[in-house]
Design a protein around this ligand. Structure first.
Ligand SMILES: CC(C)(COP(=O)(O)OP(=O)(O)OC[C@H]1O[C@@H](n2cnc3c(N)ncnc32)[C@H](O)[C@@H]1OP(=O)(O)O)[C@@H](O)C(=O)NCCC(=O)NCCS
Length: 338
């Protein structure tokens, strides 16, 4: 049975059952990834940025004879942002290949269509059943990134210390747990705006004006995700010349996620990229002692970033692709296949 589901009002048993399914999916498809914890999972599923909406459905097994609710076997949610619906689907490995995934996509796609959106995007992890699934449903590959993972036990901390100090004269680095300080928000947003116009195909626009930046930091905090920032300030102008952002999620606090790393065009060639990333790792080592790994996603064409990541010890893990489909065509195809 598929039904619309609101994580804000869901029972604790449903949240726990969804977590079991998510961890069974990870064990089957991404066995090297750490299992998720329940910490702030409800908030992670419920909270969105202003102007965005997330609509969710779950598929539950039949209740037991004594009335105990059935397990959550699958879940779909769609995040409505801009002119696109971003889809996420999970089916418990024990319930796969019986059409449940297709039913969940059909349910979400119909709603996205009714809401007037034109296209649906989805992140598809390479070397998992999702690839064949979305291709069978008519989604087309738009964009490929490589995920890389850094195992912190392999890091040479002395060498990293040298990298962190290797920034050109006229710049200094600052570490800001929680986000940039208020007095730097505008300069920080300006640095992010520089890459705004680059159409890198990512589903989620990065934050480029001060208000959007504040909203996005608030949203991260509400979802139980702790942001850390290292920035390079150009001493002469006070401008933010470079920045790097890492988020430690309460749901998997042993593996952090690298977000944006930006070096503003005029400040390239001074070692800022390497230095801010190295400094970040050193700071995280003391701020988050449980941290074991950091994961990052890069466009395959971004050779400069891949080179720095390799020097820091990141190892390429697998492809991470974005697929999309026209909503009307998808609904038509899925209805015709019934
Ligand atoms: C992708 C996923 C949703 C598919 O769910 P499902 O219920 O097994 O899918 P369906 O039974 O509806 O399959 C529909 C069609 O997709 C294709 N398909 C699905 N899984 C496939 C597989 N493993 N191999 C080949 N084709 C597959 C088939 O064409 C299938 O139709 P068929 O069974 O009639 O041949 C499920 O495997 C899943 O949850 N994967 C994990 C998703 C994820 O996000 N993982 C990574 C981060 S945790």
């Amino acid at each position: 049975m598929v039904r619309e589901w609101d994580p804000r009002t869901a029972s604790s048993a449903e949240i726990a059952s969804l977590l079991d399914t998510l961890n069974a999916v990870l064990a089957a498809d991404l066995p090297q990834d750490p299992p998720w914890r329940e910490s702030s999972l409800r908030e992670y599923l419920a909270e969105v940025m202003p102007g965005e909406r997330r609509i969710s459905w779950i598929a539950q097994a039949e209740p037991a004879v004594n009335g105990t609710p059935g397990k959550v076997l699958g879940q779909v949610h769609v995040l409505l942002l801009g002119d696109i619906g971003v889809l996420e689907v999970l089916v418990h490995p024990s319930a796969r290949r019986s059409g449940l995934g297709r039913d969940l996509v059909r349910t979400a796609a119909r709603r996205v269509y009714q809401e007037g959106f034109q296209s649906i995007g989805v992140e598809v992890v390479g070397d998992t059943p999702s690839v064949a699934f979305y291709e069978a449903l008519g989604f087309a590959k738009e964009y490929v990134e490589t995920r890389s993972v850094l195992d912190l036990t392999t890091v040479d901390w002395a060498e990293l210390g040298q990298m962190a100090g290797g920034v050109g004269a006229g710049y200094h680095l600052e570490f800001h747990p929680g986000g940039p300080p208020d007095e730097l928000i505008e300069a920080y947003a300006r640095a992010k705006a520089e890459v705004r116009d680059i159409d890198d195909g990512e589903l989620r626009p990065s934050s480029y004006d001060p208000q959007r930046l504040r909203d996005s930091l608030d949203c991260l905090h509400r979802r139980g995700m702790k942001p850390y920032i290292v920035l390079a300030q150009h001493e002469q102008t006070g401008e933010v010349a470079g920045l790097t952002e890492v988020v430690v999620p309460a749901q998997h606090p042993t593996r952090a996620d690298q977000y944006d790393t930006i070096v503003v065009q005029d400040h390239r060639g001074y070692g800022i990229d390497r230095a801010i990333k190295a400094r970040m790792l050193m700071e995280l080592r003391s701020a988050e002692p449980q941290l074991a790994e950091v994961q990052t996603w890069n466009a395959q064409a971004n050779e400069a970033m891949l080179k720095v990541n390799a020097e820091l010890g990141y190892r390429p893990d697998r492809e991470w692709c974005e697929y999309s489909v026209d909503v009307a065509e998808l609904v038509h195809r899925l209805d015709a296949a019934r």
